[in-house]
Design a protein around this ligand. Structure first.
Ligand code: MOS
Length: 766
C-alpha cells in the first residue's frame, strides 16, 4: 500500500502546530509499555464471565446453578434472583455520561434481546468462570421476537426527541416542486447492521478500597462514566474513579455506559475483592452497541441543467423496544446542496433488539450513502458529470436555515481530488471501460462532518525546562497525545519532547467525550488558552520585577521561545530564571467556554454532561468540514468479483495540527468506507432475532490485499469562526461517502446500481 499526503500548513516552529511529529506514545505502544485497562494489575482479582441469553424475547422460568456452583473455584453467580434492585434505573442522557441502553440486565426475569446478560459468574480463574457458564442451565419461556424491517410487530415512532438535529425539516413546498421537476430521481436505499469490533475487547476491572471505587475500563468519556456509574450504583461520584489511559479502538462503542460496568462493580463490592471482566468477541456484539440498519427513500427533482429543485429524504431506523435511539442524518443530507424546497422525515421502528449506539459518523454514513448515491443517479438522469453536478448545486448558504457556512471548501476538494485521480480520463458512459477481463469504473462522492466544540478544562503546568498538560481526555489511537503536546509546545515555546500529556483519568481536569470529532477542537482550544494564561503570568511577573531585565515593559509584548522569555527589543532571559519570580512553576487551570456556551455548561462538564456547540447548532454559522472521495473499481466480467483499485480523498478540515496523524485518521476512515461498501454486515437470523456472524471470521472486514493505493490530500482551509486555532477535527469525516463512491464506481463499471449495502457478488450477477 502506497500512502501519500501533503502538508497544508507547514509548522511555524519545530514540533509545533502543523509539524509531522511521530506519535509520542508510539514507543510505549509498540514495546508493550502502554497499559490498557485490562492490563492493569490489581491484587488477587477474581474473574468474571458473562452468561448471555439464548433467546431474544421471553422470560427466565428456571435457573439451575447446581452444576456450575459445584465446580471448584466458582465464587458467586449473579442473576436477577440475587441482583434485582441493586441499581438505579438509567436514562440515555440524564445521569451524566451517555447510557448506551436503559435495558438493565439482572433486574427481572424478562429478556428483551438476544445476548442480554442473564448471569455473571465469578471464579478464581477465567477458565473456571467460563466452564461454569457452560454448566449453567437456564430455562426460558420464549415468545417470537421481531428482528428487523419488514416483520410483524414493529412499532413505528417519529425520531424527534428534543434534539433539534432529529427534527423533520421543511423548506419551501417540496411536493409542488417535485410535481414540476423536469428530471426526477426517486429511489430507495438500505444500509445494514454493523458492529464496531474494536480490537481491544470490552473489559472492566473494578477495585473497591473501602468506599473508594476505581474502575479500569477502555473509555471515550471517563468523566461521563464516573458520574453515570456513580448514579447507577448510588455511589458518591467524588469517590468514583475511572481510569483509561489507552484505548485500543473505540469508534463510538466505548463512549457510553454499558450495563456490564455496574454488574462487575456489584460483584466486586459483594466479594470485597477486585473483579476483572474481559468479555468475549461474540458477547461484544450484544453487550455494547452497533450501527442499526437503515432504509431510505430519496427523491431529487431537478431542472434540465442539473439544478436541484427539490430534495425529499425519508429515513427509517431500527431501535430497541425500550429506547428511542436514532441518528436521523437528514439534518446533514438536507444541507449538502442548494435545494430551494426540502422535506425530510425520519422514523424509528422498535424491534426486539439491543439498543443501537454511536458508530463513527453515526448519522452521516448511512444518510450520505443514500444522498450521494441519488446524486450519482441524478448525474446520469440529467447527463451531467457528477463533479460538475456538485458544482452546479453548491449552495451560497445553509439551505435549511439560510445561515452562512463558516467555511465550505467542497468544490476545492472535488477539484483537488479529481485532478489527482485523473478523473478527466474517464469515459462517462457506464460499462464502457475495460482492462482485459475486468470492467473498470470510476465514481465519486462527498464527505461531510459537522464541526463541534465543547467547553472544557485543562491544566497546564509550566516548569523550568518542561511542561505538563493534564486533561480527562482520551486517545483512542488517533494521535491525541501527540497533537496536544504540539499545541502546548507551540504555546509555551518548548520542544514537543518537553511536554508531557496526561489523559484518560477522571481525576484530571474534566473534559468532554471523545466523540463527534470534538476532541481536537475542544482540547486544543483549552490548551491554547492555558498556555496563553501561563505566558501572561510569567510576563506579568517579569515586567513587575524592578530588578529584572523586563521591568516596565509591556507584558503583552513578551513571548516564550526556545525555553527563553523574550521581548522584541532583544531582551531575553531563560524560562528557568523567569519562573523564579513565580516560585519555580506556573500552574494554570484553563476553563475554556467557547462563544455560545450556555450558563452552567462548564459545571455540566464537571458533572459528565455533554455540551455540543457548533455544527448545525450554531446560531451564527453552519460549521462543517467537507471532502471529496474518488474510487476506481474493477469488476470481473465473469466472476463478478469487485476490487477497489484506487482511492483518492481530498479533505478541507480547517487547520491540520499534524499531517501524519491526520493522514492516518483520513485514510483509516476511507478504508472503513470500503469495508462498509464491500465487506461489513452483521447478519441476523430473522426467526430468533439473533446476530449470526458474531466473530471476526464471518464478520467481514478488509485485509491489506483489499486496499490498494490510497492518496490523502489536505485542501488548505482557514476558518477563524470555528475556534481560535481554526481546527475542524478529523475523526469521522473521511468515513462518510466512501461507500457511495464505491457503488457509484461499480455502476460506472457495470451499469448495475447497488442500493442495498453491502455489495455482494450475487447482486452483480446478470
Ligand atoms: Mo464517535 S461514533 O463520534 O465515537
Amino acid at each position: 500500500m502506497m500512502i501519500t499526503a501533503n502538508n497544508p500548513n507547514p509548522p511555524r516552529v519545530l514540533g509545533g502546530i502543523g509539524a509531522a511529529v511521530r506519535r509520542v506514545d508510539g514507543p510505549l505502544k509498540v514495546t508493550g509499555g502502554a497499559r490498557y485497562a485490562s492490563d492493569v494489575g490489581v491484587t488477587n482479582p477474581a474473574y468474571a464471565y458473562l452468561h448471555t441469553s439464548a433467546v431474544a424475547l421471553g422470560r427466565i422460568t428456571q435457573i439451575d446453578e447446581s452444576s456450575a456452583r459445584a465446580l471448584p473455584g466458582v465464587i458467586e453467580i449473579l442473576t436477577y434472583q440475587n441482583a434485582a434492585g441493586a441499581f438505579d434505573p438509567i436514562t440515555l442522557f440524564n445521569q451524566g455520561g451517555i447510557a448506551t441502553t436503559t435495558i438493565m440486565p439482572l433486574q427481572s426475569p424478562d429478556i428483551r434481546h438476544d445476548g442480554e446478560i442473564v448471569a455473571v459468574i465469578i471464579a478464581e480463574t477465567y477458565e473456571t468462570a467460563r466452564d461454569a457458564s457452560h454448566r449453567l442451565r437456564i430455562t426460558y419461556d420464549t415468545r417470537t421476537p421481531t428482528a428487523t424491517f419488514g416483520e410483524e410487530g414493529l412499532v413505528e415512532e417519529k425520531a424527534a426527541d428534543g434534539d433539534p438535529r432529529h427534527d423533520d425539516i421543511s423548506v419551501g413546498n417540496a411536493e409542488e416542486a417535485l410535481a414540476t421537476a423536469q428530471v426526477l430521481v426517486d429511489q430507495r436505499y438500505a444500509t445494514p447492521i454493523q458492529h464496531h469490533n474494536p480490537i481491544e475487547l470490552y473489559t472492566t476491572t473494578v477495585q473497591w478500597e473501602g468506599n473508594e471505587l476505581t474502575i479500569y475500563e477502555p473509555s471515550q468519556f471517563v468523566v461521563g462514566m464516573q458520574h453515570g456509574i456513580a448514579a447507577q450504583m448510588r455511589h458518591d461520584p467524588a469517590k468514583t474513579h475511572f481510569v483509561s489511559p489507552y484505548v485500543g479502538g473505540g469508534f463510538g462503542a466505548k463512549a457510553g455506559i454499558t450495563p456490564r460496568t455496574a454488574l462487575v462493580g456489584l460483584a466486586a463490592r459483594r466479594l470485597n475483592r477486585p473483579v476483572k471482566l474481559v468479555a468475549t468477541r461474540d458477547q461484544g456484539f450484544t453487550i455494547a452497541t452497533y450501527r442499526a440498519e437503515t432504509r431510505h427513500r430519496v427523491r431529487l427533482g431537478a431542472s434540465g441543467d442539473g439544478r436541484i429543485t427539490c430534495l425529499i429524504h425519508e429515513g427509517e431506523e431500527i431501535t430497541s423496544r425500550a429506547d428511542k435511539y436514532s441518528v436521523a442524518g437528514t439534518y446533514i443530507s438536507a444541507r449538502m446542496y442548494a435545494a430551494p424546497a426540502i422535506r425530510t422525515r425520519v422514523n424509528v421502528q422498535h424491534a426486539d433488539r439491543d439498543t443501537p449506539g454511536y458508530m463513527r459518523a453515526p448519522a452521516e454514513v448511512p444518510y450520505m450513502f443514500a444522498l450521494e448515491s441519488a446524486m450519482d443517479e441524478l448525474s446520469y438522469a440529467v447527463g451531467i458529470d457528477p463533479v460538475a453536478l456538485r458544482r452546479v448545486n453548491e449552495p451560497e448558504c445553509d439551505p435549511v436555515t439560510g445561515l452562512p457556512f463558516s467555511s465550505r471548501s467542497l468544490n476545492d476538494c472535488y477539484e483537488a481530488a479529481a485532478t489527482a485521480f485523473q478523473w478527466s480520463s474517464r469515459d462517462p458512459r457506464p460499462a464502457s471501460m475495460t482492462d482485459g477481463d475486468w470492467q473498470v469504473g470510476m465514481g465519486c462522492a462527498s464527505a461531510v462532518y459537522p464541526t463541534y466544540i465543547s467547553p472544557s478544562f485543562v491544566r497546564v503546568t509550566l516548569l523550568p525546562t518542561s511542561a505538563q498538560v493534564e486533561v480527562a481526555g482520551h486517545d483512542l489511537g488517533t494521535g491525541a497525545y501527540t497533537i496536544y503536546a504540539q499545541v502546548a509546545a507551540e504555546g509555551l515555546g518548548l520542544q514537543v519532547e518537553q511536554v508531557a500529556v496526561r489523559m484518560g483519568d477522571s481525576r484530571l481536569p474534566p473534559a468532554t467525550a471523545a466523540v463527534g470529532s470534538i476532541s481536537a477542537t475542544t482540547i486544543c482550544s483549552a490548551i491554547n488558552m492555558g498556555c496563553a494564561q501561563a505566558l501572561e503570568r510569567v510576563a506579568t511577573a517579569a515586567v513587575a520585577d524592578a530588578e529584572g531585565a523586563f521591568f516596565g515593559r509591556d507584558a503583552a509584548a513578551l513571548m516564550l521561545e526556545g525555553g527563553t522569555l523574550r521581548h522584541p527589543d532583544g531582551t531575553a532571559e531563560t524560562l528557568e530564571l523567569a519562573l523564579v519570580r513565580l516560585g519555580g512553576a506556573v500552574e494554570v487551570l484553563a476553563d475554556n467556554a467557547p462563544p455560545g456556551t450556555k450558563p452552567g455548561a462548564l459545571a455540566g462538564v464537571r458533572a459528565g454532561r455533554l455540551s455540543f456547540l457548533g455544527g448545525t447548532l450554531d446560531p451564527q454559522f453552519t460549521k462543517m468540514a467537507f471532502g471529496a472521495e474518488f474510487v476506481e473499481v474493477r469488476v470481473h466480467r465473469r466472476t463478478r468479483e469487485v476490487r477497489v483499485s484506487r482511492l483518492v480523498g481530498a479533505f478541507a478540515s480547517g487547520r491540520i495540527i499534524n499531517p501524519l496523524t491526520a493522514r492516518s485518521q483520513l485514510l483509516g476512515g476511507m478504508i472503513w468506507g470500503v469495508s462498509s461498501a464491500l465487506h461489513e454486515a452483521t447478519e441476523i437470523d430473522h426467526r430468533v432475532a439473533r446476530y449470526t456472524n458474531d466473530n471476526l471470521a464471518e464478520y467481514l472486514i478488509p485485509v491489506n490485499a483489499d486496499i490498494p493505493q490510497i492518496e490523502v490530500i489536505f485542501v488548505p482551509e482557514a476558518d477563524p469562526e470555528v475556534n481560535a486555532l481554526g481546527i475542524k477535527g478529523l475523526g469521522t469525516l473521511s468515513n462518510v461517502g466512501t461507500d457511495a463512491a464505491v457503488c457509484n464506481a461499480i455502476y460506472h463499471a457495470t451499469g448495475v446500481r447497488i442500493r442495498d449495502l453491502p455489495v455482494r457478488i450475487e447482486k452483480l450477477l446478470p
